[in-house]
Design a protein around this ligand. Sequence first.
Ligand code: MN
Ligand code: MN
Length: 475
Amino acid sequence: MPGKEEKTAGQKLAERLTRKAPNAWERLRGEGHQVAMQFAEGYKEFLDAAKTEREAVTAVVAAAVEAGFRPLGELPPGGLAAGSKFYYVNRGKAVVLGVVGVEPLASGFKLVGAHLDVPRLDLKPNPLYESEGLALLKTHYYGGIKKYQWTSIPLALHGVVIKGDGERLELTIGEAEDDPVFTISDLLPHLAKDQMQKKLGEAIAGEELNLLAGSIPYDDEEVKEKVKLRVLEYLHQRYGLVEEDFTSAELEVVPAGRSRDIGFDRGLVGGYGQDDRVCSYTALRAILDLQQARHTALILLADKEEIGSTGNTGMQSRFLEYVVLELAGLAGPGGSVDPGRVLFNSRALSADVNAAMDPNHDGVMEKHNAARLGGGVVLTKYTGSGGKYHSNDANAEFVAEVRRLFNTTGIAWQVGELGKVDQGGGGTIAQYLANLGMDVVDCGPALLSMHAPFEVASKVDIYTTYQAYRAFLEA
Ligand code: MN
Ligand code: MN
């Protein structure tokens, strides 16, 4: 019989052959905890400053400029010096940051690609109306939301209005301490007998997501819609707006208020928009902190992922190809570089979140392949649904390369799959990066309550994700 201290042959064999998913807190230990906690402070500031894709681009560019990045168009022609830092903004909603590598561009670049858009409620083009003595704003939801989660909470209005004469107005109402907020009313339980019988997905209809926006009538007996007119009067006096200006506006309704620490030990971050600003922020920090880039390092923060990566700011557009074309034009002297070849030789992490095992709803997860909060960064070989449909399904060779990198650099990582096979599914920008010829795998932290007004991430996973992106860009 072996002593208590001594391991049995079976124990030793199990240690050698089986993989035990790490707990990233245990991996970091001591001072590492402080570093992860501190990192989350900057992350929360970013979440609070950047609640729309436009605000996120503004925040990203400000940080990039401060770190010495210059507009791509200002790089000198004829030479991309190693270490040159540049950025390129697409219509204020998507952005690429880059650091020129030592290796020639033709050998491919390293990319971390995330998205800046978040599920929300958009104001309709003709949103303002009056009903029952109240002024309301009609919305059309954007992305995959559970509609009932958006009622009875304080909401803020963020966005941009382009007036009839072309003047641009940026708005944020509902975030300052003394700002008013907006809200969507829900039925009292006393009168919800019929509503409570409905399926959860049908309990609140899309056309019921109307925002309370005013309640005091304009003082004139001859006017029909007095409350609406008073709101219009306020908007005109305060911002110079008329009703038609809503037609050329992008006003987004988002949860009001700041991100917060969660739990007695403050190990989690709660806040709006962490899918996918957690990957956007960690990618940003990774490229800002890059010591050296062997291959040219890029981060791409895209728009419209939540509605299928559509539009000219989404990942299905030619934006990245265009940036590579511009880079190839600068890549001389002595050689023309084919942008198509550059893309085909490139490698990418599709930086997006996965679902964390939820102790309240563990039935939808397959426990052997589910990610856990605190388990480190998640490698997701494939997403998709109904039999891997619309999934990138990363090549084993590339997954091996990334896995080896994380193992040799001591980065805590875990695998993840988005729920049980027949339960549903989802997609990321991975498939669109792969369409360009790149090797790509999904990689990012796991979240609880994904797409809810208040999502949850682990501080140690956030920090580990930053480490992972940085190691990938540096290698
Ligand atoms: Mn996402
Ligand atoms: Mn999403």
